[in-house]
Write a protein that binds this ligand. Sequence first.
Ligand code: NAD
Length: 258
Amino acid sequence: MSRSVVITGSTSGIGLGIARAFAASGDNVIINGFGDRDEIEAIRASLDAQGSGTILYHPADMTKPIDIEHMILTARDRFGGVDVLINNAGIQHVAKIEEFPPEKWDQLIAILLSSAFHTMRHAIPLMKSQGKGRIINIASAHGLVASPFKSAYVAAKHGIMGLTKTAALELARDAITVNAICPGFVLTPLVEKQIPDQAREKGISEAEVKDEVLLRLQATKEFVAVEEVAEAAIYLASDAARSITGTHISIDGGWTAQ
Ligand code: NAD
């Protein structure tokens, strides 16, 4: 039977890769995120054509709790509940703490951390009434270790690791698992946007930014593929992963082994 899957920030990058994997499994999926209306409709239609499930787009802004509630209620009304919730939406801002715009700090914390609290608080009662559920938070290697100039991102990602563990303990007797995936660098628009800025700031080429800055700690010296993260999400959502809760899967090419 088709599951009901909600994936925040799935019009691009990792979220879109995860949406492709669940759509191909025949699940009903709510995709979400920003972008050009026609492009989003083309993405939705291509996902819809991939499997037997229905793919809907919801435009909820992850900084707006009221939008988030509406998105989860849409999953309830259209798909009968939420079986799998994937908190993935994200942005980045790179600056020294003393130069970090306070409004950027608030925006990153809202999108990367608070939005997961809001999706969860509305989805958990639905999962409890269904008698099972899966919550997967796309954290980051930056949920485990820090890098300079990414204070809001690192703080939010460490925060979501704590939220993951707390929710797992609260829901352990309800057949609802809560886990995080911690990718290293994946070459998505979120990362690509940082490359020209870093090249300019450091006075080096874009190729050098990739090799010497982004992949400096990624021992494999290769970017992680979106599909690798998507496959981990498919596994965590499966019955085989029922005893895995309150933990994380690192997919970081050895970064956090150091
Ligand atoms: P991306 O820029 O390709 O995609 C981000 C998605 O979030 C887009 O769909 C965008 O529209 C959406 N989004 C942004 N602000 C939003 C808002 N206010 N409301 C709703 N949607 C919003 O980025 P990505 O690299 O695929 O990142 C996805 C997640 O993976 C993020 O949480 C990111 O922190 C995490 N991550 C990425 C990497 C990486 O190297 N790319 C590594 C580790 C973790």
